[in-house]
Design a protein around this ligand. Structure first.
Ligand code: ADE
Length: 418
């Protein structure tokens, strides 16, 4: 078996952590038990480009037990958990190509290696694998029945491919399932982003002015959790409706030019580039901390910061100090990459349970339905989405009411009014 991981001796520790995460993933575990019996993915070769974490390991094992041959590479150079990568290879026999801190060249080499098995299905978090297939490996397209996409940024790129009529095969946008983005993006990123900042810096959030840039599901989650920790939260947005929502949620809303002058911790979660730029760094106070939890490391203009800096040094793991004009220090966390995965462990398993249940069931859906799908981006079928919510509630021991026959009739009718 081919693989490229940091150190196979980490495998035992990785296995223990994978099992710990598995304990918090009851929905995926149920799917995995059914997959083991029914083998719905028999004969499939799944090439997955996902953050190599304990949660992803549980997904990969479920896919393998469903009959798939799985190859895994990282979807970010800094998000790999090396013990997990080792365990996947040594304990679970899953070819894994991922090393935390790999450079860009190795990152792309690993994508190539994950594609070497000539996949019948791709699984992406950020669309890098699909992009590589489209740009460099077009000969693989006829053999690929479909793919799935985990994150907002990936779905945006895939929809651009669909618009440009270049998408090579159908994609299921796992991100757009309610049981994914309402929970993973909001509560998962909300909590894990603060976890990453705290592990990297050990700052006190209470009383600190935290600027959250972007008020999508992730921004809403980060802002809410920061407020819960006692931070004084400012939101910046470009969308008037979202900005208004932030105002009515009780946050201060202003432009980044204003926020840059008063913020102490800056968190970008927009999915766009150039959110923190030269003019913002210039007006930041001494000691400002800047970080990102959007998918790509483009939200903070790091080249501008580098160019402005008189000096740069690493003062703690994942904390780089830049000294700019007047001796002011700006601290960049995790090289501007996803801070929740760079310095912490990403989203907790309990929320990834739903995201990865969507991934597993979407791969089964593709096997059943891909022949009838076009080269388009599809939503996860509503029945799957609902079923995951039902199973999650059940695993939490929570019962909900059902419509009475009379209520059903009422909802389907129009005659009865005031
Ligand atoms: N994305 C965010 N958190 C994650 C995790 N724990 N595992 C895989 N992908 C993630």
């Amino acid at each position: 078996m081919r693989y490229d991981v940091k150190d196979l001796r980490l495998a035992a520790a990785g296995k223990q952590r994978i099992e710990w995460a598995g304990n918090q993933m009851p929905v995926l575990a149920q799917i995995r038990r059914r997959f083991r019996k029914e083998k719905p993915l028999k004969g499939q070769r799944v090439s997955a480009c996902l953050h190599v974490t304990t949660e992803t390991a549980n997904l990969a094992v479920a896919l393998k037990e469903g009959g798939a041959q799985v190859a895994l590479c990282a979807s970010n150079p800094l998000s790999t958990q090396d013990d997990v990568a080792a365990a996947l290879v040594k304990q679970y026999g899953i070819p894994t190509f991922a090393i935390k801190g790999e450079d860009n060249k190795t990152y792309y080499k690993h994508l190539t290696q994950a594609l070497a098995q000539k996949p019948t299905m791709t699984m992406d978090d950020g669309a890098d694998l699909v992009t590589m297939v489209l740009k460099e490996r077009r000969e693989l397209i006829p053999g690929i029945m479909g793919g799935t996409e985990e994150t907002t940024t990936g779905v945006v790129r895939l929809k651009a491919m669909e618009q440009g009529d270049v998408l090579g095969y159908p994609i299921v946008a796992v991100n757009d399932a309610d049981t994914k983005h309402l929970f993973d993006n909001r509560y998962g990123t909300g909590q894990s982003t603060l976890d990453g900042i705290l592990r990297a810096t050990n700052i006190l959030l209470a009383g600190t002015r935290v600027v959250v840039s972007g008020y999508g599901w992730v921004g809403r989650g980060v802002a809410a959790r920061a407020r819960g920790a006692g931070a004084r939260v400012i939101v910046t947005e470009i969308d008037p409706t979202r900005a208004l929502e932030a105002v009515m949620d009780g946050f201060e809303v202003m432009t980044m030019s204003e926020a840059a002058r008063i913020g102490q911790v800056f968190i970008t979660v927009t999915g766009n580039k150039g959110i923190l730029r030269r003019e913002h760094f210039r007006s930041m106070a001494d000691g400002a901390i800047v970080c990102n939890s959007g998918h790509f490391n483009v939200e903070i203009d790091i080249p501008a910061l580098e160019a402005m800096a008189r000096s740069k040094r690493t003062v703690r793991p994942f904390v780089d100090e830049y000294v700019i004009r007047g001796g002011r220090r700006i601290y960049l966390l995790g090289e501007g990459r996803l801070i929740n995965l760079a310095s912490a462990e990403g989203h907790p398993a309990s929320v990834m349970d739903m995201s990865f249940a969507n991934q597993a069931l979407s791969s089964e859906f593709l096997v059943k339905k891909a022949r009838r799908l076009q080269r388009k981006v599809y939503r996860v079928p509503l029945e799957i989405d609902r079923e995951i919510a039902r199973l999650k509630l059940e695993s939490m021991g929570i019962q909900v009411d059902r419509l009475t026959p009379d209520q059903k009739r009422y909802l389907a009718s129009w005659e009865q009014g005031t």
